[in-house]
Write a protein that binds this ligand. Structure first.
Ligand code: FE2
Ligand code: FE2
Length: 257
């Protein structure tokens, strides 16, 4: 396991821990996005097991105790498993999430009440300005949302464009769509394809310059083209065939029951 820190845009740091995982050949990365500003924000805490590695990496950029917002896309261990550990180490920090996530999970789970953001709501951090975007069920979790940072035109895109592997560049102008689509062929983490296409089109309208992924390399280039490419991939015949096959399987098992 190793952790690296890279500034992928002005004041936007990618903290990436590579972990060998038996379920994913070649291993996997867990990326936290840190905004260094008057009001520091961390997007994704990482799982509890990676807390110490993440904490030490953040300290190379700014004091963990100065963190004010601990954002996450949706309620899962890698997105927010270390939340209470960070709350204990950052006395002014609060969880930052969707209204649904606050309602169904974080208000109960967190040691301090979350700040629940409405779709489209802005937060000024100093030089950076972030906007919350609800993305229910995209790629999964009905509480899901993402963050847009307008100064650097960076989309904190969470599990979108998830790529396997550990020895990946922190940011690339190369292909991240192909590896991420390849991964969903064996591990389809999109929960609602028809909603995804509508939401991906809305995200593409932001015309992101950087896609800060949670797993794999960040991407620098025409983010809108990649988001629309991802949307098209969801309706490709192979994906539809696999979905139908899975539906048949579920139908067969319920008949047996
Ligand atoms: Fe997830
Ligand atoms: Fe994730």
């Amino acid at each position: 396991m190793s952790t690296r820190v890279d500034e992928i845009a002005d004041g936007i740091f990618r903290i990436s821990t590579s972990v060998p995982i038996s379920a994913i050949p070649g291993g996997f990365t867990f990326n936290q996005i840190l905004v260094k500003d008057e009001v520091p924000l961390l997007f994704h805490t990482g799982p509890r097991g990676l807390f110490e590695a993440t904490r030490i990496a953040i300290e190379s950029v700014l004091p963990v105790s100065s963190l004010r917002y601990l954002g996450y896309s949706h309620f899962e261990a890698d997105e927010c498993g270390a939340m209470n550990l960070f709350l204990a180490n950052a006395p002014k920090a609060v969880p930052l999430c969707s209204r649904v996530s606050a309602l169904v999970s974080m208000t109960d789970v967190a040691d301090r009440p979350p700040w629940a953001l409405k779709d489209g709501e802005y937060l000024d951090l100093g030089r950076h300005r972030v906007r919350w975007l609800d993305t229910p069920h995209v790629p999964h979790g009905w509480d899901a949302g993402l963050i847009w940072e307008s100064m650097t035109e960076t989309l904190f895109c969470g599990d979108l464009f998830t790529q396997p592997g550990m020895d990946l560049p922190p940011i690339t102008e190369g292909d991240i769509l192909g590896p991420s689509v390849g991964m969903t062929a064996g591990m389809d983490y999109f929960s609602c394809h028809h909603k995804a296409r509508t939401i991906l089109a809305r995200l593409a309208e932001l015309r992101p310059n950087i896609l800060a992924t949670m797993h794999g390399s960040a991407y620098c280039g025409d983010g809108a083209a990649l988001l629309l490419g991802l949307s098209r991939s969801l309706s490709e015949p192979a994906r539809i065939h696999r979905r139908n096959r899975d539906d048949e399987f579920m139908g067969a098992s319920s008949e047996v029951d």
